[in-house]
Design a protein around this ligand. Structure first.
Ligand SMILES: Cc1cc2nc3c(=O)[nH]c(=O)nc-3n(C[C@H](O)[C@H](O)[C@H](O)COP(=O)(O)OP(=O)(O)OC[C@H]3O[C@@H](n4cnc5c(N)ncnc54)[C@H](O)[C@@H]3O)c2cc1C
Length: 341
């Protein structure tokens, strides 16, 4: 059987490439990693920009790049783009075609999906494969619910992707603070936290840390412990929707699809968080993710650089122990965790 292909429609204006399209590489990389898909980027441009665009996109982390050109593309002409995308589809038969959430991509992909008689779904937030079917998830009813949508077996799906959810980083750009194997035991936590503190104390680096609290934290006393630890670590604190619903944290600190999307954080520590996608999509841009959870099969570990199977209580004791000694060494600071209400 031929290898399945995921195709990213890379939008360009003159010799500039749209960043939203590049971020889609994060999704194609997931398809490559988890399902063995071939990844491919398609750029459609005027012939005179072909060479420059080839240079620009040539070293992207994709298995194949196709820069298709046409000397008649001077102005935005939906028909030509649609024809060329359709021609590409007929030749390569990708199983998933992804575009950014822009007017251009939405228009061209919609015209293409009609021409090819393929289902299209807009504003998607997650993608996966099950039983040879492509699945996607998108918000419905004004974002109050999510719907899973799938194709028939081995049938192509065309999707545009919600803005700012995914971020493409080259593997070489990613420098995790700590590297230890997944599924390490709770006994390793002390070393990991000490490493974080060491990095934090290096004044040349101003690492931003967020501690995420999930339902597994158990009670308000443990939440207060986290707030205390966060102050010592100069970290921010946020939580899952369950935690907000329990009134353990204010609504303004909810992280996720219906809360805030974290940007610029170097480290996210997830305490007792199951890893529902509605939460995870808010933390995917954090450089390093450490998760502590009792359930070794929890979804949160799938998205973590370090997964620690263990009790949140034990983790808090370790964190407190490390930071108690740390606090004494900190002279003064005006930075701490803050809530709006
Ligand atoms: C429309 C919609 C929008 C949503 N938006 C958001 C959003 O923006 N943000 C968000 O977070 N959620 C959102 N949700 C909710 C989301 O689907 C999940 O229900 C929620 O994220 C789960 O929170 P949780 O992981 O804290 O709780 P749970 O699912 O209850 O998970 C608790 C985890 O803690 C672990 N655990 C339990 N005890 C311990 C212990 N002692 N030590 C260690 N681990 C332990 C468990 O193994 C489990 O994995 C939304 C849902 C909908 C329908």
């Amino acid at each position: 059987m031929n290898q399945y292909m995921v195709c990213i429609y890379i939008e360009s204006i003159d010799v500039k490439v749209n960043k939203d399209s590049l971020d889609l590489i994060a999704i194609s990389n997931k398809f490559k990693r988890e399902y063995g898909f071939k990844t491919c980027g398609l750029v459609i441009c005027n012939t005179k920009y072909q060479e420059s665009l080839c240079e620009l996109v040539g070293d992207l982390e994709l298995d194949e790049i196709h820069v298709e050109h046409n000397e008649n593309i001077f102005f935005y002409d939906e028909e030509i783009y649609t024809d060329m995308l359709y021609g590409f589809y007929e030749e390569h038969k990708p199983l998933l075609v992804l575009g950014g959430n822009t007017v251009h991509s939405k228009t061209v992909l919609a015209r293409f999906s009609y021409r090819a008689m393929i289902g299209m779904c807009a504003d998607c937030v997650d993608f996966w494969i099950k039983d040879n079917k492509v699945y996607t998830m998108r918000p419905i009813y004004n974002g109050t619910m999510f719907a899973d949508i799938c194709t028939k077996e081995n049938q192509c799906m065309v999707c545009t992707v919600r803005k700012n959810l995914f971020e493409y980083k080259r593997e070489t750009d990613i420098e995790p603070l700590i590297k230890v194997g997944k599924q390490s035991g709770i006994h390793q936590l002390e070393q990991i936290i000490t490493d974080i503190v060491d990095v934090r104390n290096d004044e040349k680096k101003h690492n931003k840390i967020m501690i995420g609290i999930g339902n597994g934290i158990g009670n308000i006393d443990n939440v207060n412990k986290v707030l205390h630890i966060a102050q010592t670590l100069f970290a921010d604190v946020g939580g899952t929707r369950m935690v907000i619903e329990n009134s353990w944290l204010p609504k303004s600190s909810q992280i996720g699809l219906s809360g805030k999307i974290l940007k610029d954080y170097d480290l996210y520590i997830a305490l007792g968080i199951s890893g529902a996608y509605q939460h995870v999509c808010g933390v995917l841009k954090c450089k390093t993710i450490i998760a502590i959870n009792l359930d070794e099969n929890c979804e949160m570990f799938r998205y973590s650089d370090v997964g620690i199977v263990g009790e949140v209580e034990d983790a808090l004791n370790v964190l407190e122990r490390v930071f108690r000694s740390e606090k004494e060494s900190i002279k003064e600071s005006s930075y701490g965790c803050k809530f709006d209400d």
